[in-house]
Design a protein around this ligand. Structure first.
Ligand SMILES: CC(C)(COP(=O)(O)OP(=O)(O)OC[C@H]1O[C@@H](n2cnc3c(N)ncnc32)[C@H](O)[C@@H]1OP(=O)(O)O)[C@@H](O)C(=O)NCCC(=O)NCCS
Length: 184
């Protein structure tokens, strides 16, 4: 499989597996959106933003795709060519579980236009139909209304509340646990 060609297409985007050839747009995405993403992501040291660190993470994303451990995607707006959003299906577990975690973010300038719903609709269909997963788990902080609305619209169901679940921006944060199960 050629990683410099899109693996998926949605109505407005071309979706690639993250790999080192995407270093310029991916590093630019995280630099431009650093303030926007800060409240929703782990605290990032300066070293996170070096070219070397981006290269290492993109190499790992490519390796993990080939070994079946994750599917990490970068979705580019077809009209502008800009990187609109990042979607990570990680921690793929096979055996009787057939499940993974989902994380995502949009570039601030693409918010409120239905892009993530469109990208995830395409990406989730790929994970269920091509990767044959059974369950996708996505968790969000109760105050992240945008993320909660997005998951609800995609059909994710609430399964509980986990106390001090993730270390976000330097603080352990409760998360609402949701998942989507493949309908056969
Ligand atoms: C979470 C996040 C991806 C949601 O982005 P979003 O733009 O609200 O989500 P969507 O792409 O589904 O767009 C839905 C919004 O676009 C609007 N919209 C406009 N045009 C639309 C269209 N053609 N189709 C669908 N929705 C459209 C919808 O009304 C909705 O807005 P509303 O919630 O104010 O009603 C984004 O806020 C983000 O990246 N946040 C920071 C990182 C983060 O929180 N990650 C998740 C951690 S759990």
């Amino acid at each position: 499989m050629l990683l410099n060609e899109p693996i998926l297409n949605s109505e407005r985007t071309e979706i690639y597996i993250q790999n080192p050839s995407l270093i310029n747009p991916v590093s630019e995405y995280y630099r431009v959106n650093a303030d926007f993403l800060r409240p929703w992501e782990p605290a990032r040291e300066e070293s996170y933003f070096t070219r070397e660190a981006f290269c290492e993470r993109l190499e790992l994303a490519e390796k993990n795709f080939h070994s079946g451990m994750s599917v990490q995607l970068a979705a580019f707006d077809r009209m502008s060519g800009n990187l609109a959003g990042i979607v990570n299906f990680t921690g793929i577990i096979r055996g009787p579980f057939q499940a993974c975690f989902l994380g995502y973010s949009l570039s601030e300038s693409f918010q409120g236009r239905g892009y993530m719903h469109e990208i995830l609709t395409t990406a989730i269909a790929y994970m269920f139909n091509e990767k044959r997963l059974h369950r996708i788990m996505a968790n969000y902080m109760p105050r992240n209304g945008r993320s909660g609305r997005l998951l609800e619209k995609l059909g994710f169901e609430r399964e509980g509340l986990a106390r001090d679940y993730l270390l976000i921006n330097g603080k352990w944060e409760d998360h609402i646990l949701t998942s989507l199960i493949r309908k056969d």
